[in-house]
Design a protein around this ligand. Structure first.
Ligand SMILES: *Cc1c(COP(=O)(O)O)cnc(C)c1O
Length: 391
C-alpha cells in the first residue's frame, strides 16, 4: 500500500519548464527572477515590499534584527510552533518567552497576551517584539493584538510560514496589522521553492534594511553609499549581514507555483470540508473554522489537526499515531511545545508553564492534507483513523 504523507509539494509541467528556462537564462542567482517573484508575491498579498530569502528561518532572523531585537530585550512567541519562531530571537541575543495558546484556535491567545503584558508592565520587562504564528494557516486575531502593540509599544512580527494566501478581516495576511511578516516555501507548506522564504512589510526603510541584511550588509546603490566617489567598482558593507539570498532557480519555481495559489487553496478547503463531514461521528475534536463568513477569514489549511480526546473506548494518541503509521498514513504532531524542547528546558523552561499548549499537544494529530490528495486516499485515511481510535 502506498504511503500517504501528511504533506507534500505539488509540481507540474509549468514548474518544470520555469526551472528549465531559468537554468539556461544566464542567471542562477542575483538575476531578475528574484525581484519578479517578490513583486508577484507582494501583489497577491496586497503589500508594497517583499524581500525573498533562503528560508523562513533566515527571514525570521533578519526581520528580528531589522525590528531591533538584541541583547537586553525580550521577544515573545507562541509555544505551539516550530522552533524557528523562537530561535530567531536567540540568534539576535534577545531573551525569549512564550504566550500560551487559545485552546480552540490553537493560536497565541489575545486574553493570554493581554494578561501577560499587564504582568510584564508591573515587572518592567515588556517585550520588544511579539511573534504570533498563524497555526495551520488560521489567522491569529490580529486587530486586538495591534491595539496591544500600540498601547505597550512592541513590534509585531507575524510568523506566517503556514499562511501564504490566508485571509483575516477580508484581506490577505501580510503586514496589514504586523510590522513585518515571514512566509515559508518549504515543500510541506502552501507553495514551495524547495527551501525558501519571504519577508513582507509596508515600511520601505525596513525593506531596505532587510535587503542589506540578506546580502552581507552590502549595498551597490549609488544613492545609499556613504563614500560614493571612490570609483565605479565600489560597493559598501554598511552592517553585519549574511548570505540569506534566494536563488533565481528557487524564485522561478516559486513564481510558477504562485500561479496555482488559488487552486491550491480551493483543493485544500474542499478536502478540509470533506474531512469535517467524514470525521463528524468519530470521537475526536476537529480543527476550528475561521471566524466570519466566506472569504472574510480564509484559512490556508496548511494542516488538518485532530485532537484525540481521552475517553471510554478510545485509544490514546500514541497508540493511534503508531497504528496509523503502520497503516502507511504519515501522521505527525504539530507541535510539541517549544519550551519543552531539551534546549529550552536548559534555558529554564519547564512543564506546567503553558498548560493550554501542553494539553493540546498531548492530543494533537496532523492527518494528511495537500492539494493532490485524492478522495480515495482521504477515504483510506478516515477508515484507518476510525479503526485506530478503538481502544
Ligand atoms: C516551516 C516553519 C518555519 C521555518 O521555515 P523554513 O522555511 O523551513 O526555515 C518557521 N516557522 C513555522 C511556524 C514553520 O512552520
Amino acid at each position: 500500500m502506498d504511503f500517504i504523507p501528511y504533506a507534500t509539494q505539488s509540481i507540474n509541467e509549468d514548474d518544470l519548464a520555469a526551472v528549465r528556462d531559468v537554468l539556461t537564462s544566464g542567471w542562477l542567482t542575483q538575476g531578475p527572477a528574484v525581484p519578479r517573484f517578490e513583486q508577484a508575491f507582494a501583489g497577491l498579498h496586497g503589500v508594497p515590499h517583499a524581500v525573498a530569502v533562503s528560508n523562513a528561518t533566515a527571514g525570521l532572523h533578519i526581520a528580528c534584527l531589522a525590528l531591533g531585537a538584541g541583547p537586553g530585550q525580550t521577544v515573545w512567541t507562541s509555544p505551539n510552533s516550530f522552533v524557528a519562531s523562537a530561535n530567531c530571537a536567540l540568534y539576535c541575543g534577545a531573551h525569549v518567552d512564550f504566550v500560551d495558546i487559545d485552546p480552540v484556535t490553537r493560536n497565541m491567545g489575545v486574553a493570554e497576551l493581554d494578561a501577560k503584558l499587564q504582568q510584564a508592565e508591573r515587572d518592567g520587562v515588556l517585550p520588544a517584539i511579539v511573534i504570533p504564528v498563524h497555526f495551520g494557516g488560521l489567522a491569529c486575531n490580529l486587530a486586538p493584538m495591534r491595539e496591544l502593540a500600540d498601547r505597550y509599544g512592541f513590534k509585531i512580527l507575524e510568523d506566517a510560514s503556514h499562511a501564504v494566501g490566508a485571509r483575516y478581516n477580508g484581506q490577505p495576511i501580510g503586514s496589514r496589522y504586523a510590522d513585518a511578516s515571514v512566509f515559508s516555501f518549504h515543500p510541506v507548506k502552501i507553495v514551495t521553492t524547495g527551501e525558501g522564504g519571504i519577508v513582507t512589510t509596508q515600511d520601505a526603510a525596513l525593506a531596505r534594511r532587510l535587503q542589506l541584511l540578506r546580502s552581507h550588509g552590502i549595498t551597490r546603490e549609488t544613492g545609499d553609499m556613504q563614500h560614493p566617489d571612490t570609483g565605479a567598482w565600489h560597493y559598501e558593507q554598511q552592517c553585519l549581514g549574511f548570505n540569506y539570498r534566494m536563488t533565481d532557480i528557487q524564485a522561478a519555481l516559486g513564481h510558477s507555483q504562485l500561479q496555482r495559489l488559488d487552486s491550491f487553496h480551493t483543493a485544500r478547503e474542499r478536502l478540509a470540508e470533506r474531512y469535517d463531514r467524514l470525521l463528524a461521528s468519530l470521537p475526536l475534536r476537529r480543527p476550528a473554522r475561521a471566524p466570519g463568513p466566506g472569504a472574510t477569514a480564509r484559512s490556508s489549511w496548511h494542516l488538518y489537526v485532530v485532537e484525540v480526546v481521552p475517553g471510554d473506548g478510545v485509544a490514546d494518541r500514541a497508540t493511534v499515531f503508531t497504528r496509523l503509521r503502520e497503516a502507511g498514513i504519515g501522521v505527525n504532531v504539530h507541535y510539541e511545545p517549544i519550551p519543552l524542547q531539551p534546549y529550552y528546558r536548559g534555558l529554564g523552561f519547564h512543564s506546567g508553564q503553558f498548560p493550554a499548549a501542553e494539553a493540546y499537544a498531548a492530543q494533537a494529530l496532523s492527518i494528511p492534507l495537500y492539494p493532490t490528495l485524492t478522495d480515495a486516499q482521504q477515504d483510506r485515511v478516515v477508515a484507518a483513523l476510525a479503526e485506530a481510535l478503538q481502544a
